[in-house]
Write a protein that binds this ligand. Structure first.
Ligand SMILES: NC(=O)C1=CN([C@@H]2O[C@H](COP(=O)(O)OP(=O)(O)OC[C@H]3O[C@@H](n4cnc5c(N)ncnc54)[C@H](OP(=O)(O)O)[C@@H]3O)[C@@H](O)[C@H]2O)C=CC1
Ligand SMILES: CC(=O)C(=O)O
Ligand SMILES: [Mg+2]
Length: 759
């Protein structure tokens, strides 16, 4: 396996300050609760609360299964910990565990649309813990126990499983075991091993370790082939020190006493212990083509670089996202609970776990979609030593894993509500996906494959420097900060931002390119009332002119700006330097992402009251933009009226635009004029059977700037939508303008969109 590429970090590493800022910014923490019903009127109140609420109360009292129909129970999982084994950091208590538990709760939501809340319980007493949880059954559809130390976790989980009629799942045990076994199945396949003759050493005999070896044995590895180790060394038959019944059950008759001795000739190493527990020497002593899963978090037992120093034939995985082969339970718990909840499973049993592991292993062997390539810096992974397990951003996880788990629950008789049509269920699962994940991941992947030089014009601003550092660290290209070098460096130092490789600082006044930039600007503006002196001043002192000219003359590929000045001023400046792309019209489009759907809205930036002709151009630009993003455009020309009713002056332009598009014979679906509900809601559209759109619109062309701007901002503020943009489309060179005070993550997204040349 000498052709195995050397392991490398993806470069998305974060600083301690990044992590603290991420957690404290805006509303502290990572989640909030939002209502699903309006609570606006007296009637709403009467329905949601007294007296209306009494009706579902009585219904549930008569038939408890109705709680799934009338409450959140069926989609709600509690992530519960006492903080006694937080990642590999040890017993730091319940309060300190809260960031991890909140994190798991948001991952449930993000990856599988499972609502989740963290509960930290302040006790190390097993009985008290069990009692705190057992009475919570009516609140939840499932219980995810987390980061509870062994052996307490074994007692807690088995007692709660007996006491509660919903799935109780200690993720550090079974989640980890499922993912590790999935990776192992593929690694065995790649190295041509038979599980029956393979020897495994598992370092860590706690929650994760015991569960991993139990599942491995359930998959067919003979007990005598498995050596378990802990802080005292090998768990051998007859050992008395540091033992408990769970370790004893896996004690082996062996002469090996230390991890070092155990590792000699071993085929597989599972590390679920602590940072640095495995040495290069031990790796050297393993069998040919060894399989090493160093899963301790946040730092593995050994790094891929350290393994690569001693041998080049290993298949290596860690629990981290910044190396290839992330063996982490995030690949399991969202989807396992999704499947279990959807069939109202009473428990998560062995067949469901094995089904999840097999489905994961199978996914890694299939061809991967674009978004998966994103996590591999544009190098499309292919099943092999560097890709034995799917990545967390793989969109297929959400349709495949829950379906496999649900099927296994049905087959093993624990499903309370079987799924009648699996194919339809898989489609429903895909629709649960948060679309922003896919859209941005695709763009990032393409930019990484073809990195660009991007100007960050307001280079002295802290959030811009932070964004530039992140852009460079994510290997999206070179970030060019415009500003005075000493000020940029001081601001960066004070904010704890490292100016690393991939960042350049350009001071406009000192640039050798100034004479050329001034000549270029003067040639463009001399007949618009500008003197040479004016152009000198603009290039020397105005970072937008300097930066845009860099892009115009090819010294950079794209630019982002606008954090410190208002949109229209910046747009005017930029358009003085950069032309409209021949045959195009400059417009602004916004991408609106709401659960389950993405729509493109135009024109959100440039034309105030567009004519029919201009609306037709806007439709063409927006449709082209949607295609470049990978969406099939179905363009609705919006108005307050639908096909002539009610009549009105403003709808006339929209009708005209439709006629113009007809004459132009454009190659995308369009129709109008129509109201927004008709465009977006198939039931409302059904009232107009002659409508030419084959489904809900994906592109909304607004009748005027005010309606475009108002509606997108309302969607953002009131509708919970994520709005990206306005993005400038139709310029000859890619420039994107940020909103005043944009945050670093928004700036990075815009820089990536500019580099992608989305416009
Ligand atoms: N990648 C992933 O998805 C997951 C990774 N993990 C990681 O696994 C590790 C263990 O977690 P968990 O099982 O929940 O914790 P537990 O506290 O339940 O168990 C820890 C086990 O590790 C052993 N151990 C600790 N340090 C060493 C060492 N230096 N050498 C040998 N054994 C050691 C302990 O030994 P003893 O019994 O003697 O005290 C104990 O058996 C953590 O680092 C965690 O981050 C956990 C879950 C998921
Ligand atoms: C990933 C995880 O659950 C852990 O490290 O504890
Ligand atoms: Mg954990």
């Amino acid at each position: 396996m000498n052709d195995t590429p050397k392991p490398s970090r993806s470069g998305a590493a974060v600083t301690d300050q990044d992590a603290l800022d991420f957690h404290s910014r805006g509303r502290p923490g990572k989640l909030e609760i939002t209502p699903t019903k309006p609570m606006a009127t007296q009637r709403d109140l009467s329905l949601a609360y007294s007296p209306g609420v009494a009706v579902p109360v009585k219904a549930i009292a008569a038939d408890p299964s109705l709680a799934f129909d009338y409450t959140t129970r069926g989609n709600l999982v509690a992530v519960i910990s006492n903080g006694t084994a937080i990642l590999g950091l040890g017993n730091l208590g319940p309060l300190a565990s809260k960031p991890v538990m909140e994190g798991k709760a948001v991952l449930f939501k993000r990856f599988a649309d499972v609502d989740s809340i963290d509960l930290e319980i302040d006790t190390e007493d097993v009985d008290a813990f069990v009692n705190s949880v057992r009475y919570l059954g009516p609140s939840f559809g499932g219980i995810n126990l987390e980061d509870i130390k062994a052996p307490d976790c074994f007692v807690i989980e088995s007692r709660l499983r007996e006491l509660m009629d919903i799935p109780v799942f200690h993720d550090d045990q079974h989640g980890t075991a499922i993912i590790a076994v999935a990776g192992m199945i593929n690694a065995l396949h790649l190295t041509g091993r038979d599980i029956k003759t393979t020897r495994l050493v598992c370092n860590g005999a706690g929650a994760a370790g015991i569960a991993c070896i139990e599942l491995v044995k359930a998959m067919g590895m003979p007990s005598e082939n498995v050596l378990l180790c802990d802080t005292k060394g090998v768990v051998y038959q007859g050992r008395t020190e540091g033992m408990n019944q769970w370790k004893s059950a896996h004690a082996t008759p062996t002469d090996a006493r230390t991890l070092e001795e155990a590792m000699k000739g071993a085929d597989i190493f599972f590390g679920v212990s602590a940072k640095g527990a495995l040495t290069g020497e031990m790796v050297r002593s393993m069998a040919p083509r060894p399989i090493i899963f160093a899963m301790a978090n946040p730092d593995p037992e050994i790094t891929p670089e350290e393994v690569a120093e001693v041998r080049d034939d290993a298949i290596m995985a860690t629990g981290r996202s910044d190396y290839p082969n992330q063996v982490n339970n995030v690949l399991g718990f969202p989807y396992i609970f999704r499947g279990a909840l959807d069939v109202r499973a009473r428990t998560i049993n062995e067949p469901m776990k094995i089904a999840a592991a097999k489905a994961l292993a199978e996914l890694a062997r299939e061809d991967v979609p674009d978004e998966v390539a994103a996590a591999y810096q544009g190098v499309r992974p292919r099943f092999g030593p560097q890709y034995i397990i799917p990545v967390p951003f793989d969109p297929r996880l959400l349709s495949e894993i829950p379906a496999a788990v649900a099927q296994a629950a049905m087959d093993s008789g624990v499903a309370g509500k079987p799924i009648p049509d699996m194919a339809a269920y898989k489609l429903q699962l895909s629709a649960r996906r948060d679309p922003i994940v896919g859209t941005l991941a695709r763009i990032y992947e393409r930019v990484r494959r073809n990195p660009k030089r991007v100007v960050f014009a307001e280079g002295e601003e802290e959030q811009v420097i932070r964004a530039a550092a992140s852009f460079a660290a994510q290997k999206l290209g070179t970030a060019i900060l415009i500003g005075r070098e000493d000020i940029v460096r001081d601001t960066a130092a004070q904010a704890g931002i490292e100016i690393r490789d991939g960042i350049e600082i350009h001071n406009a006044r000192l640039s050798k390119r100034n004479p050329d930039y001034i000549d270029n600007l003067y040639a463009r503006l001399q007949r618009q009332g500008y003197l040479l002196r004016d152009c000198q001043r603009l290039i020397n002192t105005d970072r937008n002119y300097f930066g845009a000219t860099m892009v115009a003359l090819g010294d950079a590929d794209a630019m982002v700006t606008g954090v410190t000045r208002n949109y229209s001023t910046v747009l005017t400046d930029v358009r003085r330097v950069i032309d409209t792309r021949p045959g195009h019209r400059v417009i602004g489009v916004s991408i609106v992402l709401v659960r389950g759907r993405t729509v493109v809205v135009a024109d959100t930036a440039v034309h105030d009251m567009p004519s029919g002709e201009e609306l037709a151009d806007i439709a063409e630009e927006a449709a082209g933009f949607a295609r470049r993003l990978g969406y099939e455009p179905r363009v609705a020309m919006l108005a307050y009226s639908t096909f002539g009713q009610p009549e009105g002056e403003r709808s006339r332009h929209v009708r005209e635009a439709v006629q113009i598009l007809d004459r132009r014979r454009v190659d995308f679906e369009f129709d109008g004029e129509m109201a927004a509900d008709v465009a977006l809601n198939p039931k409302a559209m059904a009232a107009y059977p002659f409508c030419r759109l084959s489904g809900p619109a994906t592109v909304l062309v607004m009748p005027a700037f005010h309606s475009a701007s108002i509606s997108t901002k309302m969607m953002q503020e009131l509708g919970g939508a994520t709005v990206i943009g306005p993005l400038l489309v139709g310029l000859d060179k890619p420039v994107q303008i940020l909103s005043l005070g944009a945050r670093d993550s928004d700036i990075v997204n815009m820089a990536a969109l500019a580099a992608f040349n989305v416009g």
